[in-house]
Design a protein around this ligand. Structure first.
Ligand code: FAD
Length: 602
């Protein structure tokens, strides 16, 4: 019997991702593509599949290990000594990449493909009306193409506008103002205790959503994009069937439409992961349920200490809930440098009764008193808590398996991701995919940029414009932001990554305790940090913790894209007194020319 090494395949932009679950043990028989372990980044978890079938003889990873592409996960004894599948064959993720990669291998076409007519005909069909989908549709229309956009819900905007980025920020803004007002008492102005009208607050959030989604509907009309409401699934390489829906959910009306397309862009997004052992109870919610803001619980559990969970926790805690958080890893907000997170954690300690780290949620029961939840530490310790509200925020899973992509010849991975090349092209050369369902990071700004690439490539091909047809997604970096209080934002290489990779970097750190604006605001706990490559001296990464960090991280992203060095950034005159000035000052610290911090001892 041959021993085969099961290694981590190409998982795109994941680096040093932590093992949060081990799904197999020695002696288990595993099939090709069966999930072996789960790894977690800052916003989602991904299962790593077996690249060959066999019986596990040895596991080479343990909980909490940080892994990368090519790392050994397990050894299997393969019956018949089957050769391992090429690593790239079962990749779950397409990543932001600088160099072009080959288009994914084509999927065999399903035999029963559509040969009949169609109710609608278009040059570009876009499936899904989230940030990826509507941006693709609008860009394609602006480039002169006839576009049909299919969306199952009544409003455009997808997760981001309806149940994600925007409603969470509408509530986080209110929470931030409440916290700020409370802080004013220390500065001599006491507004007294707030009175919260939860119905009015919910109404405000709905209004914000309505304003944005209404705007999208109008912009679709102005661009003559035909929006078809319904659930889309492929009938063949050039046909999509839409089961029409109505109402506020996805209730099927029974009518169908067939759409013929020359090119398609799949933007069907992702859904929240549900822990299978949690009971069906209205006191257990995902982020959508939490954003519904039905009531403020006394005691709330957040399962998963990532950005989404912590943002929602911030809202509920400011409104009055006491929080517990349970996280499998050894720290909250994975992905960000620990020094940034430490500042957030110190400021937020008062919100939490318990922060369970290196701990699994192993069971839950619905009782009249609340949801009784059991925890198990990685050290074997056991504990329990009773909660009025449990938020599961353990990641998101792509919707790739729900659209009959195989009928169009589009390959979908075991996990439901669709692999694409740098032009966002799937294994079917005339079909493109973008957004959450092509991989990490699952962020709206990534989806929008991918959308523009796909639309431009298609327009270039259909209109014979070589420049447009050569468009590619070649972003060097994609920023991440936790819109907590203080905000934590980072982009490019992190210091923890640099250390783990043994990469030499020069650091410039400007503490906000030296920022006139931060001190004037009474919020000088933060800092701005820039990392420069030790050889080229060009900026490779940066992080900010402090109020408005998310609004400022774009400048660091721009500096990385432009290949700036510390002198470029430091000599760029930033207005005084601003928080943004801290970026220029951090560059000056790296360069040794900052006069706003104590002198460097020689
Ligand atoms: P989606 O937004 O998921 O849109 C996909 C659309 O396709 C949906 O409208 C869906 O109804 C539709 N669809 C799917 N299948 C079909 C079908 N078969 N037929 C018809 N329609 C279909 N990202 C950020 O960048 N910043 C943030 O601050 C942020 N905050 C977030 C907060 C929360 C609570 C959550 C849950 C997510 C947050 N995100 C944030 C992530 C962001 O929402 C997603 O990355 C983004 O929405 C992905 O866009 P998309 O177009 O790929 O997919």
């Amino acid at each position: 019997m041959a021993q085969i090494e099961l290694r981590v395949p190409d998982i795109g932009d994941f680096k040093d991702v932590a093992v949060i679950e081990i799904l197999v043990k020695p002696g288990d028989a595993v099939a090709l593509d069966q999930s072996l372990i789960t790894v977690e980044s800052d916003k989602a978890s991904v299962e790593i599949p077996a690249t060959a079938a066999g019986v596990i003889t040895e596991l080479k990873v343990k909980m909490g290990d940080k892994i990368n592409q090519g790392d050994l996960v397990a050894l299997v004894e393969a019956a018949g000594a089957a050769a391992p599948a090429p690593a790239a064959a079962s990749v779950p993720v397409a990543a932001p990449v600088a160099a072009p990669v080959a288009a994914p291998a084509p999927a065999p076409l399903a035999t029963a493909i559509h040969t009949g007519g169609a109710d609608l005909d278009c040059e570009v069909l876009v499936l899904g009306g989230g940030p990826g989908g509507y941006s693709a549709a609008f860009r394609a229309a602006d480039l002169g193409l006839k576009v049909v956009l299919v969306e199952r819900y009544a409003s455009l905007g997808g997760v981001c506008l309806n149940v994600g980025c925007i409603p969470s920020k509408a509530l986080l803004h209110v929470a931030a103002v409440m916290d700020e007002v409370a802080h004013m008492a220390d500065l001599g102005v006491d507004f007294g205790a707030p009175t919260v009208n939860i119905d009015k607050l919910r109404g405000h959030k709905e209004k914000v959503i309505g304003k944005l989604t209404g705007g999208l509907a109008q912009m679709a009309k102005m661009r003559k994009v035909t929006v078809v409401r319904g659930y889309g699934s492929f009938l063949g390489p050039n046909h999509l069937q839409v089961e029409e829906t109505s109402g506020s959910a996805q209730d099927k009306t029974g009518s169908t439409k067939t759409i013929h397309f020359k090119r398609a862009i799949i933007a069907a997004g992702s859904s929240a992961v549900r822990l299978p052992f949690l009971p069906d109870d209205e006191r257990i919610v995902d982020s959508t349920g939490a954003l519904a803001l039905k009531a403020v619980p006394k005691k709330m559990l957040i399962i998963g200490g990532g950005i989404i969970g912590l943002e929602m926790g911030t809202v509920y805690s400011t409104l009055g809930a006491r929080l517990d958080v349970v996280e499998m890893m050894d720290g909250l907000m994975q992905g960000a440098d620990r020094d940034l997170v430490k500042v957030w954690q110190k400021m937020n300690a008062k919100r939490f009764d318990n922060i369970y780290l290196k701990t699994k949620t192993v069971g839950a029961t619905a009782t009249p008193e609340g949801i009784k939840v059991q925890f198990e530490g990685l050290d074997g310790s056991k504990s329990e808590g009773v909660y009025d509200l449990v938020l599961q925020a353990v990641g998101r899973t792509p919707n790739g398996k729900k659209i009959a992509a195989e009928k169009a010849g589009v390959a979908v991975t075991e996990r439901g991701f669709i692999n694409v090349d740098v032009q966002m092209r799937t294994s079917a050369p005339h079909i493109f995919a973008i957004g959450d369902l092509v991989g990490q990071p699952m962020l709206a700004h990534k989806a929008v940029h991918e959308a523009h690439v796909a639309a431009e490539v298609i327009a270039g091909e259909l209109k014979g414009d070589a420049k447009l047809a050569s468009a590619a997604f070649n972003a060097r970096v994609i920023p991440s932001v936790a819109y907590t209080d203080p905000e934590v934002a980072w982009v490019g290489l992190t210091e923890d990554q640099a250390k783990a990779e043994g990469r030499q970097v020069e650091k410039g750190l400007f503490p906000w305790a030296a920022s006139g604006r931060a001190i004037a605001n009474g919020r000088d706990e933060g800092f701005t940090k820039l990392l420069f490559d030790a050889e080229t001296h060009r900026i490779v990464g940066g992080g900010i913790v402090g109020t408005h960090a998310g609004d400022m991280i774009g400048e660091i992203a721009l500096a990385i894209e432009m290949g700036a060095d510390a002198v470029d950034i430091g000599k760029t005159i930033h207005p005084h007194p601003t928080l943004g000035e801290s970026i220029g000052m951090a560059a000056e610290v790296a360069h040794g020319s900052c006069t706003d911090v104590p002198p460097v001892r020689r």
